[in-house]
Design a protein around this ligand. Structure first.
Ligand SMILES: C[S@@+](CC[C@H](N)C(=O)[O-])C[C@H]1O[C@@H](n2cnc3c(N)ncnc32)[C@H](O)[C@@H]1O
Length: 299
């Protein structure tokens, strides 16, 4: 296990976490309980390594933590909304770089094709340039299997990002890491590990804005990639779930009693779909055939 993971598992506020990361028989690495865990117990929370608001809500959620903008107040900066000084401070490095570039070509490219992940790579590149993270910070995560069509699309996106950064004068900073291969490696990891974030309404006002958002089909406030949550495998009848209350900080909780040594699995997709739809999405989006008990029973 990497040093980073070991540190994450042992530095919880209330002692070591009741989980460990280990190899499964058929699904690569996974998360296992190190003791019996009761239904509904909070396992841990996790802050994103990388997040980005949905395009449709760019000015409606905090540019840093994805918290929804309340009806009044808030701190805006360059068109972006920050919910607090701490969020503004956290975003200072990458936002300063993003602000200095003209992203209109990338915006056109992504909105025409309905792409969201290139924005996450853009943000990661800005975080690397600002010194907030290393260029290899996602390397530990599992990448997607890519076919030639995906690689060609990624190469096109890379060229757009590269020319935008160069026009803004970041040649020197890019030289250290920003290659086509870096872009492809990072995007391949984001494809498999990014979570689509839907906040659980915590107030009447939130409830109202979620209702409006779901009517207009943009219930997701954005996407984020985490470290520890990325090691949870999928099950269509999961024993664990991941929730977001007010912002992109994720909380993992058990859904039923768990035995010591049992693997903890979450559901990556909408579990209410039928077996054929679930199998299709998991095969196309995540590259595996789901052989969970529910799928095997044809449910
Ligand atoms: C978010 S990662 C989960 C952690 C991953 N197993 C690892 O080693 O990093 C998602 C990937 O794990 C594998 N995976 C997750 N759930 C699976 C399942 N039920 N059956 C087979 N493979 C699964 C797939 O390769 C999938 O693309």
């Amino acid at each position: 296990m990497s040093l980073l993971l070991r540190r994450l598992l042992s530095t919880a506020a209330h002692g070591p976490l009741p989980i460990r990361v280990a190899f499964t028989d058929s699904a690569g690495r996974g998360v296992f309980a190190t003791r019996p865990i009761a239904a509904g117990e909070a396992l841990h929370s996790a802050q994103p390594l990388l997040s980005h608001p949905s395009r449709a809500l760019l000015h409606e959620v905090c540019y840093s933590c994805l918290r929804r903008k309340p009806g009044k107040g808030g701190h805006s900066s360059g068109g972006c909304y920050f919910c607090s000084d701490a969020c503004r401070e956290h975003a200072k490095g990458f936002h300063g770089i993003e602000k200095n570039s003209d992203w209109s070509l990338l915006d056109d490219h992504c909105s025409l094709r309905g792409l969201k992940y290139p924005y996450m790579v853009k943000r990661l590149a800005c975080m690397v340039i600002s010194g907030a993270v290393g260029a290899d910070c996602l390397d530990i995560l599992q990448p997607a299997r890519l076919h030639q069509g995906m690689i060609s699309e990624m190469e096109e996106e890379f060229e757009l990002l590269d020319s935008t950064f160069r026009k803004a004068g970041f040649q020197e900073e890019l030289a250290a890491f920003f290659t086509k291969q870096w872009y492809i490696n990072v995007l391949a990891r984001i494809r498999v590990n990014a979570f689509r974030i839907e906040l659980v309404a915590s107030s009447y006002e939130d409830l109202l804005s979620s209702a409006i958002a779901s009517v207009s089909c943009d219930a997701s406030v954005g996407n984020a990639v985490y470290m520890l949550p990325s090691f949870y495998n999928h099950d269509c009848d999961p024993n664990t779930h991941i929730v977001w209350m007010q912002n992109a900080d994720a909380k993992l909780k058990t859904l039923r009693d768990i035995d010591e040594g049992e693997e903890l699995r979450i559901c990556y997709i909408d579990a209410s779909m039928d077996v054929n739809a679930r199998q299709k999405i998991l095969a196309e989006g995540f590259g595996f055939e789901c052989r969970c008990l529910r799928c095997l029973s044809g449910d």
